[in-house]
Design a protein around this ligand. Structure first.
Ligand SMILES: Nc1ncnc2c1ncn2[C@@H]1O[C@H](COP(=O)(O)OP(=O)(O)OP(=O)(O)O)[C@@H](O)[C@H]1O
Length: 202
């Protein structure tokens, strides 16, 4: 059975989905937003079928569940989005997003393209607001990925390939984005994101 959704909190604190190619600047801009508004936002806790590592605790870093428990939630439409990486399943539950709204915070979902499609097509979850962060060009994206220096050549090429798929989707007219911000000048892009996310609030 699909989880009961309490729409009151979710509509008072509408979640924001931020997506965009790897290297577009999502982490950079979100870090700035959280520093400027330390108590306005929250991140939902995801479910995973992978085993806890080190000091990770159930309900803190993740909800650690079995494959069966995960599948049951999938069937019940209990996830706003879910995916598989490296043999493990990961998902954002409806309840985890709702928990953030019930704390009076706006849930920020930083998710990739397939997840965006799932959230937009969920049968019962109220529509969040969708923001797409775009690099100014593929050439500049490549430069930024290289100067970030966190990835090996093969990973950079993979990210660039995926970036062009994401850009095509964003420009396709099928994407749910309410706003596309081009991250050319960081201060300007931040201001546009800030305005979309918090409006004219001080
Ligand atoms: N406007 C900008 N001008 C120049 N460099 C930028 C700008 N915005 C971000 N960067 C740099 O680009 C790199 C990629 O940014 P960031 O790591 O925030 O991307 P991301 O979208 O969060 O990527 P991922 O999805 O892989 O986590 C970083 O080194 C960051 O400092």
């Amino acid at each position: 059975m699909a989880p009961a959704i309490s729409t009151a909190a979710l509509s008072a604190h509408t979640p924001i989905v931020i997506s965009g190619p790897s290297g577009a600047g999502k982490s950079t801009i979100l870090a700035r937003l959280f520093a400027d508004y330390p108590s306005k936002f929250g991140f939902s806790i995801s479910h995973t079928t992978r085993a806890p590592r080190g000091a990770e605790q159930d309900g803190r870093e993740y909800y650690f569940v079995t494959h069966d428990e995960f599948q049951k939630l999938v069937q019940d439409k209990g996830f706003v989005e879910h995916a598989q990486f490296g043999g493990n399943c990961y998902g954002t539950s409806v309840k985890a997003v709702q928990d953030i709204a019930e704390k009076g915070r706006v849930c920020i979902l930083d998710i990739e393209m397939e997840g965006v499609k799932q959230v937009a097509n969920h049968p019962t979850f109220p529509r969040p607001r969708f923001l797409f962060l775009s690099p100014p060009s593929m050439e500049i994206l490549e430069k930024r990925l290289r100067s970030r220096a966190t990835d090996k050549e093969e990973a950079i090429l993979k990210r660039l390939n995926q970036a062009s798929v994401e850009m095509d989707f964003a420009n396709s007219g099928e994407a749910p984005h309410d706003k596309i911000v081009v991250n050319d000048d960081l201060d300007k892009a931040y201001e546009e994101v800030r305005e979309f996310v918090v409006g004219n609030e001080a």
